[in-house]
Design a protein around this ligand. Structure first.
Ligand code: FMN
Length: 164
């Protein structure tokens, strides 16, 4: 069995709910970054999730513990990221925190998987987007909560393919 870890940061619970759903699909329990240690960053597939706060910033607990990611040895490891944001209220910084997690993971040598199409979203700019692709799964419980479960379900299936 592949070792899958889901680590999330969440202020009002939206990312926590998504993380719980993703973790359940892999038969594991999600870890709150506020309680995480370096050991939690050792996995065959590491799934990292953050909501975006301020203007394009990491969620607070992630910001406080970002050293764990910046020091993790992710060389050749599979990493997937997801984010919660508000594409209407924060159209210029939609899910930026997910992009920050992706950049930091790649800087540690990770193989990033789980990119998704950015078509159909209403944002105007995001550091999590390049060439009409999000670096991970972009969720929006402020405006499109009805799409969250199906988006998670489809994404999890693609991640499972990578695990073989
Ligand atoms: C003060 C404030 C700032 C926010 N800034 C952003 C932002 O820059 N980009 C974005 O996509 N969403 C932003 N959001 C929306 C949150 O990311 C969104 O509500 C998310 O679902 C919260 O998830 P959480 O409860 O897991 O923390 C902001 C929300 C608030 C209240």
């Amino acid at each position: 069995m592949a070792n899958v870890k889901v680590i999330f940061g969440s202020t009002t619970g939206a990312t926590e709910s998504a993380a719980a759903e993703i973790a359940a699909a892999f038969g594991v329990t999600a870890v709150n970054i506020a309680n995480a240690s370096a050991e939690d960053f050792k996995a065959d597939l590491l799934i990292l999730g953050s909501s975006t706060w301020g203007l394009g910033e990491l969620q607070d607990d992630w910001a406080a513990k970002i050293g764990l990611l910046e020091q993790a040895d992710l060389k050749g490891k599979l990493v997937a990221v997801f984010g919660l944001g508000d594409q209407n209220g924060f159209a210029d910084t939609y899910c930026d925190a997910m992009g920050i997690l992706a950049q930091k993971s790649k800087a540690r040598g990770a193989l990033l998987i789980g990119q998704t199409s950015a078509e159909g979203y209403g944002h105007s700019s995001s550091v999590a987007e390049e060439n009409k692709l999000f670096c991970g799964l972009a969720l929006d419980d402020n405006n499109e909560s009805e799409k969250t479960s199906s988006r998670i379900g489809a994404w999890v299936e693609t991640l499972k393919h990578h695990l073989g």
